[in-house]
Design a protein around this ligand. Sequence first.
Ligand code: SF4
Length: 74
Amino acid sequence: MDPKDIKKEYTNGSVTVVWQSGKCIHSGNCVRNNPEVFQPKEKPWINIEGSSTEKIISTVDKCPSGALTYYKNK
Ligand code: SF4
């Protein structure tokens, strides 16, 4: 695995977004669909508190590469 391929998780308590950098094809869908959360110029680039859980899930579902996935917290 490329050392630049990182896997990180971001949670707001009800949903956890999983980010796998090596899979990203830079389509920009996430940023277009939800710029309040997906902010590539910021660190960390995912501001998980930036929108509702529902909107986060629908945005992650539109990631074409599988770089973004999510699971629901218990
Ligand atoms: S939608 Fe997925 S593939 Fe496209 S830029 Fe965002 S993380 Fe990368």
